[in-house]
Design a protein around this ligand. Sequence first.
Ligand code: ADP
Ligand code: MG
Length: 449
Amino acid sequence: MDILGLQWENIKQNIQVEYDITDIAFNIWVKPLKYGKCENKVVTILIPNTNGSPEMLKYIEKNYTSCFQSALSDLLQDNYNVKFLLEEDMQTEKSNIVPIVADDSSNAVKKSNLNSKYRFENFIVGPNNNLAHSACLNVAEAPGRDFNNPLFIYGGSGLGKTHLMTAIGHYIIENTNLKVLYVTSEEFTNEVINMFRIKDNASIVKMREKYRNVDVLLIDDIQFIIGKSSTQEEFFHTFNTLYQNGKAIVISSDKHPVHMKELDERFRSRFQNGLLVDIQPPEYETRVAILQKYAENFDYKIPNNIINYIAENIKSNIRELEGAYNQVYAGHAQTLDDAKEILKDTISPDKPAVITPPMILKGISDYYHVDPEDITSKKRNAEIVLPRQIFMYLCREMTDTTLKGVAALLDKKDHSTVLHGYNKVADEIKKDPDFRETIEAIKNKIVSL
Ligand code: ADP
Ligand code: MG
């Protein structure tokens, strides 16, 4: 299926919002429309047999052509025309459609180093990841364009970064002849280390060719190359060579480049020149949908009340969500009580995780790579002041500690500094969406400690 097929339901919903179509009109006219095909910049949209008639066709053409045309042109970043067709007429046209044959793609998949499980088809889209998902579809469809290159995906562990970037790779291999290479930054580092260890010219040339002759480079968990100077240097040249030749680069990281403290400035600015998108932890409905999708991989299905129980209790990491499902499956749980027993070490609903100031301190110090004792000290250097104010803020937000209590933790007699710190952070959150994201990222770190 191509990008429009995959995105079809979202496209229609966006049109409803953007053109302010009432629910009734949407349900009658727009919702039943099906995606037909896209050829020569003409998107064919089908009116299903159940409610298709020549009058209906005319009505839809008159009222909905322009909104589909502009929504699709926006999405595909080019001018597209729209043609409505009754589904039965499409069936007679069908013989003209040339199927895309994924000829040599299994070999290309092997060379690309992609995990075959991670595809767009089994990625559940929710409010937490829909921007990242759209950006990835966009790269998949039009790799290496100015507006999406490099694509930088960031977010906490187990939230789907590897899944999405791998899906881009599969999509491109199946639909084009472009050469795709996926690598984790650890693998890249090891190769660089080996290259310098062997030090003969041939191996250096070989390594460089491997990375610089691809059309699409997917580099996962870039945070691990930070601080490794020769690896960074090598990556920098690889990046520049690919970028200058219009090749697509997709990078994932656990943080926004601004918050990657030791990242070379030259990387930061290059990453920020591309498209940056984050993934947040999924909300309950999305967690349930992910588990239901995941369940399709198994020969028997776990009852829904157990799925809901897992989704209610595991919130911040999809890998753990799937892990809990595996445990329940392996333990042949039939009832909710069986599942609770199996998961008692993973989930303990009777003891909801209580967030404490030391956890907050740890979360913040991990995030900013500063010493927890410095945060609670009286030091006044610039890199400590902000983490300390965030500590004041989060202690108030995430625990029952009073202002005085927080002051005492910081060895201050007077709680007015705490109030000041709290207000400063609260204001900044309102003003600056990036900062709000930082705070969310820190909170996620804390709750998953
Ligand atoms: P990350 O790279 O961010 O640490 P992964 O991409 O490895 O996370 O995702 C962890 C697991 O969760 C994988 O098995 C992946 O398939 C699954 N997963 C994450 N997000 C989704 C999603 N939206 N829909 C379906 N599965 C998902
Ligand atoms: Mg990953």
